[in-house]
Design a binder for this molecule. Sequence first.
Ligand code: FES
Length: 146
Amino acid sequence: MVLVGAKATQSCKLAVSEVGSARITTLEGLIEEGELHPVQQAFIEEQAAQCGYCLNGMIISTAALLWKTPHPSELQIREALDGNLCRCGSHLRILRAVRRAESLLIGEEDNGYSNTRLKFMERPTNRASGIGEARGGLGRGIGPIG
Ligand code: FES
């Protein structure tokens, strides 16, 4: 996953001819002057990774989301990250990392990162369908929202 301009894009499906003059930003490219991007920092602080395989896509997708939508709803977060498969089941930590990144980006310690917000993220998932968990996605199917 890379940013093409400000859009998260699957690089494996992207032909060079489609890029044109758009700016491409990789995960490493988010680092500026040796400083981690706030999204990268948030993922570290929340220990969102288990194996780390999915993190490139999760971090790039989060950066694109927060650039476009600084205060996303839970649904917007889940939709933005859906398609990035986390086989380790780190979904709750990843969702918390997105909220922490939101806070870091706006420079307010408590904005969007209160216990109230964390509560709904930690609600048990809907085990009746199991579809969201089986495919490892963060989309609507993983559990109740709201
Ligand atoms: S942390 Fe292992 S796949 Fe997400």
